[in-house]
Design a protein around this ligand. Structure first.
Ligand code: PLP
Length: 225
């Protein structure tokens, strides 16, 4: 195992924070990272950590004190909804009526209101999760009255490119949907958060209106060493 350089993580947090406007929330995408790496990031000022898998978040909970918010940023499997509702402070990846209803139901049992984002498949990629752009309004209108979820914005991954400039059109698609939904004034639907941009693309995402960026590699180094 590679020696973890905790100072590098601290410096990276500072550098990324300095490269984005103050209103943009930096989510540390923490998949595969060790507890001491995640703690180093939190020590350097990270307020939100994102996990792709419920099980991994659950394992990490025991190692992290509760000064931090937890966001679900991966596809949520239906048999993990109950646990996800207990572990997370926001679910960024709602992409179907059925999933929204299941989250709502578990939140009612848990006596909790869950902030959620709608995940958009902005690249219309057949192998990707997320709702197609043309179906966003219809999805929101079917779930906005569920009492225990709170729609607070949109999230997108977008296709991965070597050159992050190529991601810009997909960020524009998400931002224009964000603006349209906001303008439509749908009841119980806030458009506060637009979550898009990763290590190689976050600067472009911020230029296109992101106010949440999810960063792993630039913060912690390469995965899978
Ligand atoms: C891993 C991951 C990220 C961060 O990706 P990096 O390229 O490592 O910055 C962001 N969002 C999601 C959903 C991810 O799974």
């Amino acid at each position: 195992m590679e020696q973890v350089d905790l100072n590098t993580i601290k410096n990276s947090v500072t550098a990324i924070q300095q490269s984005i406007p103050a209103h943009v929330l930096l989510v540390a995408a923490a998949k595969t990272r060790l507890p001491e790496e995640v703690r180093a990031a939190i020590g350097a000022g990270i307020k939100v950590i994102g996990y792709n898998y419920v099980q991994e978040a659950e394992n990490m909970h025991g190692f992290i004190d509760n000064q931090v918010q937890w966001h679900m940023i991966g596809h949520l499997q239906k048999n993990k909804v109950k646990k996800a509702v207990m572990l997370f402070d926001m679910i960024e990846t709602i992409d179907s009526v059925e999933l929204a209803e299941m989250v709502n139901k578990q939140c009612i049992s848990a006596g909790k209101i869950m902030p959620v984002l709608i995940e958009i498949n902005s690249g219309k990629e057949s192998n990707k999760t997320g709702v197609l752009p043309e179906n966003v309004f219809s999805l929101i209108k079917q779930i906005n009255n569920l009492p225990n979820i709170q729609i607070q914005g949109l999230m997108t991954m977008g296709p991965r490119f070597g050159d992050p400039e190529e991601a810009r059109p997909y960020f524009k698609i998400a931002k224009s949907l964000f603006d349209e939904v906001k303008k439509a004034g749908i009841p119980n639907t806030e458009m506060r958060f637009l979550s898009m941009g990763m290590s190689n693309s976050y600067k472009i995402a911020v230029e296109e209106g992101a106010n949440i960026v999810r960063i792993g590699t630039m913060l912690f180094g390469n995965r899978g060493l």
